[in-house]
Design a protein around this ligand. Structure first.
Ligand code: FCB
Length: 441
């Protein structure tokens, strides 16, 4: 396995999933505070009120990252800490937390990589329509400009949005995530406004002449036909349009996929003149989150259905399919290149247990090794892959699954907030040490 000298190895987290301190230093309510309190929405009624208490334990967590030997840390900034009601008066105490965190990272030799939106929309904006309201995109631009102004010198890698498909589809289409709305046309409108918000933040960033680089992170999942038949190939094309191209095309080509007529009709009322110029403005890189693939079959009525996994699955029920990462990276490069790419998330949940002070998680180690190997193969095949961020540093609040799904390479005992580096964390540490010594696996 070979990686370029300047390849960035990191770990990733997100604000609502780890910070806790939900009511401290003037933080406003987010849609996840509200949603997690709505009975039946999150497993066991868990909330992010305390989470990993990273807001207070961030120094300990940065020390862990240093011990692991990572180059970079991808975290997200909570919009309701900066603007408690989404707009208006800046809350400096909220900004100060991220300044302290960034300082701690830099003094530990770790590069900060900041995501501006990892799903915690201020509830006050949701009360005015949230992502269904075009104004939310403007407020996002103002919030982004404030953060760039304060942290734009220290942070050199920026991600506007994390996985707009999830914010829009799970939040407004299927309703399994906050704010829990469900309607196909709402989904399309929310997605368009999210893309617009990305474009507006990018515009603000470019206008400020900052030294760093900026991109967006998409959750992409290659869709394979169940059988090598024309019907199933067509099904896979449709699933790919829904899952991947609906975001890749507007961002990198400047228009929505023309082969999805119902979607085009649904999104049309949300589009205004000039939107695509903003949405498709040049990116410095594309962030890709990869967890698994889809297998799809024609349903005989012009649609498609997803089939169950064909291989081993993680605790999420997601198939472990490392080759999907290679296929995806090559495809994105071929169809949308030559854009630098980052893997901004990759990892696996397993039901870990502490045994005599240790956490043995051989399945996670295998998952990580296999995916990293596919990333190396993609680089060898010519893909300009610049870095890999492992999801996640810590076990955390896994959205509608609460604390029941553990993705960390560091175990968190949520009752005591004690952290234990899992075997997979030790594996990552020795893997990175080996690379630093110039070894290849
Ligand atoms: C991604 C999210 C991240 C985490 C992982 C498992 O979709 O970006 O917050 O929940 O899945």
């Amino acid at each position: 396995m070979k990686f370029p000298q300047d390849f960035k190895w990191g770990v990733a987290t997100a604000s609502y999933q780890i910070e806790g301190a939900a009511h401290e230093d003037g933080r406003g309510e987010s849609i996840w505070d509200r949603f997690s309190r709505t009975p039946g929405k999150v497993l066991n009624g868990h909330t992010g009120d305390t989470a990993c208490n990273h807001y207070h334990l961030y120094k300990e967590d940065v020390a862990l990252m240093k011990e692991l030997g990572v180059d970079s840390y991808r975290f997200s900034i909570a919009w309701p800490r900066i603007y408690p009601t989404g707009k208006g008066q800046v809350n400096h105490r909220g900004l100060d937390f991220y300044k302290r965190l960034v300082e701690e990272l830099l003094s530990s030799g770790i590069e900060p990589a900041a995501t501006l939106y990892h799903w915690d929309l201020p509830q006050a904006l949701e009360d005015q329509g949230g992502w269904l309201n075009r104004d939310t995109a403007r407020h996002f631009q103002d919030y982004a400009a404030t953060v760039f102004g304060e942290l734009g010198d220290a942070v050199r890698l920026w991600i506007t949005l994390n996985e707009p498909w999830c914010s829009a589809y799970l939040g407004y289409g299927s309703g399994v995530h906050a704010p829990g709305k469900s309607d196909l046309n709402w989904y399309l409108r929310a997605a368009h406004h999210l893309l617009l918000a990305h474009g507006l933040a990018l515009q603000a960033f470019r206008g400020m002449n900052l030294p760093g680089e900026i991109g967006i992170t998409l959750n992409l999942s290659p869709q394979y036909p169940a059988a090598d038949s024309p019907g199933d190939r067509e099904a896979a094309r449709k699933a790919d349009g829904f899952q991947n191209r609906w975001y890749l095309d507007p961002l990198l080509k400047g228009f929505y996929p023309q082969d999805m007529p119902e979607f085009l009709t649904g999104v049309a009322p949300a589009i205004q003149l000039g939107d695509f110029d903003l949405i498709s403005a040049p990116l410095d890189f594309l962030g890709i989150n990869y967890y698994s693939r889809g297998i799809v079959q024609a349903d005989g009525q012009g649609g498609y259905r997803a089939l169950p996994p064909r291989g081993p699955v993680t605790h999420m029920g997601w198939e472990v399919y490392p080759r999907g990462l290679y296929d995806l990276l090559l495809r994105v490069h071929q169809d949308y290149g030559p854009l630098p790419l980052y893997i901004t998330e990759n990892g696996a949940a397993y039901p870990d247990r502490v045994e005599q002070g240790r956490v043995h998680d051989p399945e996670r180690i295998a998952y990580l090794e296999q995916h990293v190997a596919q990333a190396a193969e993609a680089i060898a095949a010519g893909v300009p892959l610049k870095g890999y961020f492992l999801w996640s540093l810590l076990d955390n609040f896994e959205w509608s699954f609460g604390y029941e799904r553990r993705f960390g390479i560091v175990y968190v005992d949520f009752a005591t907030q004690k952290r234990i580096i899992k075997d997979s964390g030790l594996w990552y540490q020795s893997f990175l040490k080996g690379l630093a010594r110039g070894q290849t696996l």
